[in-house]
Write a protein that binds this ligand. Structure first.
Ligand SMILES: O=C(O)CCC(=O)C(=O)O
Length: 191
């Protein structure tokens, strides 16, 4: 059942967004594709390449249509009314134990209002940190889940994954192992 995380308005957690079979097929397909080593963690960019340093995206950064596996997840998200449009950009992130992602709000002029991240591999803890007062809300992201950020969750809270090998949350110890995430966005092209 979809779960609204009360403390963070606009944050929705969808367990079992994909089946075990789809999960395994996705991981195999993604691992057969080339990884980029621009960051500490490995990434793949589809639809449009994103420039992390400039925090910018434009039409010249189009790298082709989404691959079929990404298109079908984008269509599933629209069909399930997770998002009112079809995403056109995906970043695949690989996190080995000890790797994380710094606190950030996704580039506001680059991407539209809804962001969705699907988790493959191992669970991790995503922290939501309020820009106004630093309140921290940890959310466990299980494999096969999707987390959806809109409204305040998208614009008024930063999200991050700590660079650790284990973490205790709500009495549960999350031991990190390889996680691969698929983050879907819709690009805003400036004229
Ligand atoms: O790994 C995730 O689920 C989130 C990735 C993320 O925040 C990003 O690519 O900006």
């Amino acid at each position: 059942m979809n779960q609204i995380i009360d403390q963070v308005s606009g944050l929705q957690y969808i367990p079992d967004f994909i089946s075990e079979e789809t999960h395994d097929q996705l991981l195999a397909q993604i691992d057969a594709l080339p990884w980029l080593g621009d960051l500490k963690r490995r990434v793949q960019h589809y639809g449009y390449k994103y420039d992390y340093k400039k925090r910018a995206i434009d039409a010249s950064m189009k790298v082709g249509d989404l691959p079929d596996w990404a298109k079908s997840l984008a269509e599933q998200a629209q069909a399930q009314k997770v998002v009112p449009y079809i995403f056109d950009q995906v970043i695949v992130n690989e996190y080995e134990p000890g790797q994380g992602i710094a606190r950030h709000v996704d580039c506001e002029p680059c991407f539209d209002d809804v962001i969705m991240s699907v988790s493959l591999g191992a669970a991790c803890v995503m922290h939501f940190t309020a820009l106004k007062d630093g309140e921290d809300v940890p959310v466990i992201l299980e494999p096969r889940s999707a987390v959806v950020l809109t409204g305040d969750a998208r614009y008024k809270w930063q999200h991050s994954i700590r660079a650790n090998k284990k973490e205790v949350v709500q009495g549960q110890t999350i031991v990190r192992a390889r996680r691969v995430s698929l983050t879907f966005r819709k690009v805003i092209l400036q004229n």
